[in-house]
Design a protein around this ligand. Structure first.
Ligand code: ATP
Ligand code: MG
Length: 396
């Protein structure tokens, strides 16, 4: 194992904490991903120093979550999160500890973490501290709760969704006792805010095996307690995998026959996500009757069309299919992609007719746009002028 984990700045943060007499280690997802040979996500550092002590060691810090023990250290311009070792007391509401307590023992900190693979620490010299045998579980590709799974899910029900999203992202299996505990505690997911669920679902959609994760959501009956989930999960599974999280939400909407508004409300989707879902729904409805037309290729973003097409193909496995490559080519071959691509603009129309601006201008620009789009006239200023003056006189 090489000891060169982490960025130069993050290593410097650990070194300075150690020099000040504290313990400091790398922990969490970045250590897990590093051990898996994957590109590391955000680096997390845990330390025995209290937040006040951390702020004393470094000149530039920002309080980002001091109540939870997290201080952001700005090291050579790079933000590095440092979190004090902590334990969590009783959980009376299935989501938040009643209080967090800062402690000086790394093992106590690792013990409060969700899964064994996420409870491995790495020192600056490359030594692994792995009291819950996370390395073995990583090797066996198993997601296993730290300690008694049922207790851990009872404390924080979100961990159930986290287990399932890791099974999608890493394509790991959830270990039997952990899986059983999800089944038994499924109903408690209703205590968790949709914002936290959405963060995990977004990662689930983008994972390598969302189908397996969705199957687990159905098998454990978590599906019955999530805000909205399609009754026909197989229909959703058949749409997987997804390139982006938005595509996952769109597939969920269509598979569940939910309205954009209901799904957006249930999972607090952003305005951008809502706009994407509305477009996919509109494109999907057009696709019900026909192949996509020139106007569809012109109107919709390619990601919208691809999503609608993929779901449509899943619902109609025996019908004629168009390939994604052909769809991309169709859009790339359009003579224009927007009004801005036209070789003329409103000013030209005013000059040619010696008329002032007004509603007529927009109407004629729309006509010209439509004509060029459908190749009734090339996108050439002279040709457009000729056509326009002809028509204008004829109608005027
Ligand atoms: P990712 O690569 O997606 O960021 P991650 O494991 O780093 O995955 P984070 O949500 O960033 O996940 O959390 C960082 C670490 O904090 C986890 O690895 C885990 O040790 C701990 N953790 C996060 N959420 C919980 C939770 N709900 N219960 C217990 N421990 C948690
Ligand atoms: Mg992380």
């Amino acid at each position: 194992m090489t000891s060169q984990f982490g960025t130069a700045s993050s290593r410097k943060v650990i070194r300075q904490l150690e020099e000040a007499g504290y313990e400091a280690v790398f922990v969490g997802g970045s250590v897990r991903d590093y051990l898996l040979g994957k590109e590391a996500s955000d680096i997390d550092i845990a330390t025995s120093a209290t937040p006040e002590e951390v702020k004393h060691v470094f000149t530039h810090t920002i309080d980002v979550g001091i109540a939870h023990g997290t201080v952001m250290v700005l090291m050579d311009g790079e933000p590095i999160e440092v979190t004090t070792y902590r334990t969590e007391s009783t959980y009376s509401d299935h989501r938040r500890p009643d209080e967090v307590e800062f402690v000086r023992s790394l093992k106590d900190d690792l013990q409060r973490r969700d899964f064994t693979m996420n409870a491995i620490a790495l020192t600056l010299t490359g030594e692994l501290i792995d009291p819950f045998s996370g390395m073995i579980d990583l090797q066996n590709r198993k997601i296993r709760a730290v300690g008694k799974a049922a207790d851990r899910f009872h404390e924080d029900a979100l961990r159930m969704i986290r287990a399932i999203r890791f099974s999608s992202v890493l394509n790991f299996e959830i270990e039997d006792e952990t899986l059983l505990a999800i089944q038994e505690n499924a109903a408690s997911i209703k205590h968790i805010s949709v914002e936290r669920i959405k963060v995990e679902m977004d990662k689930l959609w983008k994972g390598v095996n969302p189908a397996k994760a969705l199957e687990t959501i159905a098998d454990t009956r978590l599906s019955e307690y999530l805000p909205l989930f399609p009754n026909d999960v197989q229909c959703l599974i058949a749409c997987a995998p997804f390139e982006t999280a938005k595509q996952g939400w769109a597939a969920m909407m269509l598979a569940g026959d939910f309205s954009v508004m209901n799904l957006a409300k249930a999972y607090k989707l952003s305005n951008r996500e809502k706009a994407f879902l509305s477009d996919v729904l509109a494109a999907f409805n057009r696709r019900q009757f026909n192949q996509f037309t020139i106007d569809d290729y012109y109107q919709f973003h390619i990601e919208v069309l691809i999503t609608a097409e993929q779901v449509w193909q899943t619902f109609h496995p025996n019908e004629h299919k168009i390939s994604i490559e052909d769809m991309i080519r169709m859009q790339e071959n359009l003579p224009i992609r927007s009004k801005e691509d036209l070789q003329i603009d409103g000013k030209d129309l005013m000059a040619w007719t010696s008329q002032r601006g007004g509603r007529w201008l927009g109407e004629w620009m729309d006509k010209i746009e439509n004509m060029v789009l459908h190749r009734h006239c090339p996108n050439d200023a002279e040709k457009i002028k000729e056509w326009f003056l002809n028509e204008y006189k004829r109608q005027g």
